[in-house]
Design a protein around this ligand. Structure first.
Ligand code: AMP
Length: 731
């Protein structure tokens, strides 16, 4: 979740089986041993002790050097000088060896070269195959804007279809579709107009803008990775800065930038002090220019402002959830990181409205046994790593604030792993207390590890009643829920009755502020005021909208507690919000499913995207083995049946070798390929195992449909049908 005023972000796989109520798991074959993954996640390293050993060794070298100089100056015996020089040389060798170990530790812990090369390989393939491309490329493109090409579009629409099925359908959510253009008043109420900012610095000579926290982050990471001479204490300090980066005030951030001598990365010019930059794209609605508006930075506000109607639509019952998929716009200061930080992106958001006094969830038991990597704030504070925790235990122990929040964490885990995200590179990180918005009860980010580090892809927050209250206050429309009591209840209510005549006489133009302040008192404050007025006749009372104390006399307000019969409870619901950055999830999925394997002649590495069939852009390709009319007719017949079965596919009748055609489709992540090599039966090949079976022409489309939709596993199909010899068409 993005907290106002600071952007919150920290920083492959086989066996990603799609599993839900409607589908049975699809079992892939295990990855063949020849498969090479380029990027292995980092391991923890004894960096601190190496830094300390290096510092100790440096001072030993210095001392020994001084000793050699002193011996020479004192004209000591040659043998004594030689022995001292020998000792110095061996200390230097030891120092060099520690430096080597530290260097190795740093590069294995960050794996930076490794990561860069891996990222380059993935993005080259993605861009070459048009998964995504820079928008407006023929005009040079614009940073932070990307187009999805045909396979990218298909992956995105598959991800969204699964999202709808996994969340909207499963939970009977109310889906809405609201405009991107939003009048200012809505975003003023939500706090975005005043506080949706990042801290920016400018190159003082060229005016180029940078995100201040990113510059500091890059500086700290660079020092930690490349500077062998910093002490363990300095390394600790830099790591601490990285941990609290999101929380630094403009002054602290500016002070650190100055202290470290950070300059503009492109020119080395000095930088301005950091100042807040609002990330919303501003516009005006209509030709008069009189109605200010913005492109929405999130989809959630559209749901909140419709709460009353949605609650009514739901039969005035809680809990219920509304959902929205749509574009969000953020004028990011200096977007780098490809699809991960863009200026326009698709968000899929859920607002689950719940009674604040009952956040239990009837289906929590369905996810309670799930175990996955969780990173509670206590572990983060004590410098430990994320650990595997059973969700039921996390909720029972209060690590996760409530069952409903826990339920959504579990559902998000199933969603992401169902798409093909590697469980070992997925963790749920709890926000630190100071990282959370003040109104939030608890927040967790689903973070996925990529070559860019751990990336927040889904924010799951219990935002309490903040949003509905904010819109109630601004619009005057009560966005509340009701709980009817079976029997009326007698309750004691606080009655604050300002005496308007007296207040009017005393405060004239300020009377409204005084009356509102009196009426807004909570019970404890009101009863204390009543007691004071009874004993002292008049008291000083602070009116925050006036910013000063006023004198309240006993005759100006009557405060009492009265018994009343209540038929219902009226309350503002809490909202639990899972918010999915679809582009980020898709990019991580690309990285997690990408691998290479050698060609048969072992003369080149072939790229493969091991997408589960669920997300694969095309489910099947159909190729005639050789160019002849009979085979082409069979291919067309199978294609017709696949179309009728709703299976996306592609025919390739080029005369290219079958090996090349397989390589082309593997690179697009197509899980199945049919090779027409006779008129009665065909070869069906599975992408990752390269296993091939023989299937009758008439049956081919339905077998592909079953495995593509997870109705049957490949293992099952492999057991059922005759195998095609491996010295087959593959190469
Ligand atoms: P937030 O409202 O900041 O919690 O954002 C919700 C989700 O949107 C995050 O979890 C990210 O996945 C995604 N997101 C936020 N900002 C960007 C961006 N600039 N580019 C792409 N995705 C983003």
């Amino acid at each position: 979740m993005r907290k106002f005023s600071a952007f919150i972000t920290s920083s492959a796989s086989f066996g990603h089986y799609f599993c839900s109520n409607r589908f049975t798991p699809l079992l892939h074959s295990p990855p063949p041993p020849s498969i090479i993954r380029h990027f292995t996640p980092p391991m923890a390293a004894p960096e601190d002790s190496l830094r300390k050993a290096l510092a100790d060794k440096l001072s030993e070298v210095e001392n020994q050097g001084n000793q050699v100089r002193a011996l020479k100056a004192g004209k000591a015996d040659k043998s004594e000088i030689d022995a001292a020089i020998e000792a110095l040389n061996s200390l230097k060798l030891e120092k060099a060896s520690i430096e080597k170990d530290l260097q190795a530790t740093l590069s294995s812990s960050e794996g930076s070269g490794n990561r860069e090369a891996f990222r380059q390989a993935v993005s080259n393939t993605l861009e070459r195959r048009l998964f995504y491309i820079k928008s407006f490329n023929i005009y040079g493109g614009v940073a932070g804007l990307y187009d999805y090409g045909p396979p990218g579009c298909a992956v995105k629409s598959n991800v969204l279809a699964f999202w709808r099925q996994h969340f909207v359908l499963e939970e009977n959510m109310l889906e809405v579709d609201c405009p991107c253009v939003t009048p200012e008043v809505v975003l003023k109420a939500s706090g975005h107009v005043d506080k949706f900012t990042d801290l920016m610095v400018k190159d003082e000579k060229t005016g180029t803008c940078y995100r201040a926290d990113h510059l500091l982050k890059d500086f700290c990471n660079d020092k930690l990775q490349k500077d062998l001479n910093i002490t363990a204490e300095k390394a600790k300090e830099l790591k601490h800065i990285l941990a609290v980066l999101d929380d630094l005030s403009p002054e602290d951030l500016g002070a650190k930038i100055k202290e470290f001598g950070i300059t503009a990365p492109d020119t080395k010019n000095p930088l301005s002090d950091p100042y807040p930059f609002n990330l919303m794209f501003q516009t005006s609605i209509g030709p008069s220019g009189l109605i200010p508006g913005y492109l929405r930075p999130e989809t959630a506000q559209g749901i909140f402002v419709n709460f009353k109607d949605l609650y009514y639509y739901n039969g005035n019952k809680l809990p219920f959830a509304a959902a929205q998929i749509g574009q969000a716009f953020r004028n990011e200061i200096s977007p780098r990181q490809g699809l991960l930080r863009v200026r326009e992106f698709t968000l899929a958001e859920i607002e689950h409205f719940v009674d604040p006094e009952d956040k239990s969830h009837p289906k929590f038991a369905e996810v309670a046994e799930l175990e996955f990597l969780m990173f509670p704030r206590e572990l983060q504070m004590s410098g430990e790593s994320a650990k595997t925790i059973r969700l039921g235990e996390a909720v029972a122990k209060g690590i996760v604030n409530n069952e409903t929040l826990g339920y959504f964490i579990g559902r998000v885990y199933l969603f992401l792993t169902g798409l093909g995200i590697d469980k070992k590179r997925l963790r749920f990180r709890q926000h630190l207390a100071n990282e959370m918005a003040h109104y939030a009860a608890d927040c967790w980010d689903a973070e996925i590890e990529s070559s860019y580090g751990w990336i927040e892809c889904v924010g799951i927050a219990d935002r309490s009643a903040y949003d509905l209250r904010a819109h109630t206050e601004k619009s005057g429309e009560a966005l509340v829920a009701h709980e009817k009591y079976p029997e009326p209840r007698e309750v004691e209510v606080l009655v604050i009755a300002p005496v308007k005549k007296e207040i009017g006489l005393a405060f004239k133009g300020n009377q409204k502020n005084v009356i509102e302040a009196l009426e807004a008192m909570k019970e404890q404050e009101a009863m204390a005021l009543k007691a004071d007025l009874e004993s002292k006749e008049e008291v000083e009372f602070y009116v925050c909208t006036l910013g000063k104390n006023v004198t309240i006399k006993k005759s100006m307000v009557k405060i009492s507690k009265e018994k009343k019969k209540e038929h219902q409870r009226v309350f503002t619901p809490s909202v639990i919000e899972p918010s999915f950055g679809i582009g980020r999830i898709i990019y991580c999925l690309f990285e997690h499913t990408y691998y290479t394997r050698p060609s048969k002649a072992a003369d080149q590495q072939l790229n493969v995207f091991g997408f589960p069939p669920l997300v694969a852009p095309i489910k099947c390709t159909v190729f005639p083995l050789v160019q002849n009319h009979q085979y082409e007719d069979v291919a067309k017949e199978i294609s017709k049946s696949l179309t009728a079965a709703g299976i996306s596919h592609k025919i390739d009748i080029t005369g290219t070798s079958i090996g090349k055609r397989y390589a082309r489709t593997d690179e697009l992540g197509v899980p199945f390929a049919i090779t027409v090599d006779s008129t009665s039966s065909v070869t069906l090949r599975e992408r990752d195992s390269k296993d091939q079976i023989r299937v009758d022409v008439k049956e081919a489309a339905s077998v592909v449909k079953d495995v593509a939709e997870g109705v049957r596993s490949w293992a099952d199909v492999w057991e059922t049908f005759p195998h095609h010899s491996s010295a087959s068409a593959d190469e």
